[in-house]
Design a protein around this ligand. Sequence first.
Ligand SMILES: [Zn+2]
Length: 380
Amino acid sequence: MTELRVCTRCVCDDSIPGISFDTDGVCNLCKNYDLIEQEFPLSEATQQRFQQIVDSIKRSQRTAKYDCLIGVSGGTDSIYTLYIACKYGLNPLVLHVDDGCDTEISIQNIQNAVNRLNVDLYTVKLDEKEIVDLELAFFKASVPDLEVPPDLAITASLYKCAAQFGIKYILVGSSFRTEGKMPPGWSYGDGKYLKSVHDRFGHVTLETFPNVLLKDYLYYFAFKGIREIKPLYYLPYVKEDVKRLLEKELGWIDYGTGHHESIYTRFVQGYLLPKKFGIDKRKIHYSAFVRSNQMTRDEALAKLELPACNDDTVRADMLYLRNRFGISLEEFENIINSKPRAQSEFDSYYPLVRRLQHLITIAYRLHLFPTKIYGSYNRE
Ligand SMILES: [Zn+2]
């Protein structure tokens, strides 16, 4: 096996599709980070920009029951975004999408936060037959985008709920300082793609699953005027400090490393993606921490030497998912071990996104286009 080339600044290596290095060995993802940081430097002025956004949200939602909508998973990013919204005097509606895979800690985290902050919680319970059929379809499709069904259900539910309650602002709990952008070759999803995979490998008719197609996005953006805002881009966000703050203020419980608030996600990111596709998303996540000085490069490299998930957890999660899918362990193992398929075997908006890339980049910068279908480089 050839040795992977690792960026001299972060821990991204050439297992990542679309990565390139300059003469100093610094990768293009680090360059992207610097560009975003130039736009959102840690300063009084940046925080002031966020205060202005908050003021304009309050003005425009004056007659509405809620100022904004926040989707929560129970993890640090979403709960902290909720905390920030309340600190800035907003009255958010909190949305949680229950796909049946929440860990107990994440459910407790949501409940504690909602109680202590005295905000309303709106839970969307996905039809279990439909979500399970979709998840299994993605496993059978043998593509790396296994998180599309739960992720898209959250995005679609947020827009649907915002429209239903007359809310124009969705506060998204992501930060470039703690979470890098996944290349489309490692993670890509849209409503057309979901439908294409399900048409080929699904069995259950989708009647209630909240899918979202391009025409729906256009309706929400152009007609309903719904916009996404990322508060954590404007504010300091040191994850370890925030965890301690949330523990103290909201009775929040740490669920350990990574995006493991869901059993499904834990199995996919912690075991299946590294094993089957050579995709270790921790490289992207840790690199963001390294760039924002929340982890040293050596610490990150040492952590990457360890498995993303311990064997006992993998075994337990595998059993859980096999039961969820209602198949035998042997059948599940066969599906897991089947040969990977190219994402391009399925229909999606990706070819369109590629063709319109320059236009989309401009529209995205002007906040006219949804983040979800903004792709910046090749899948291959
Ligand atoms: Zn780098």
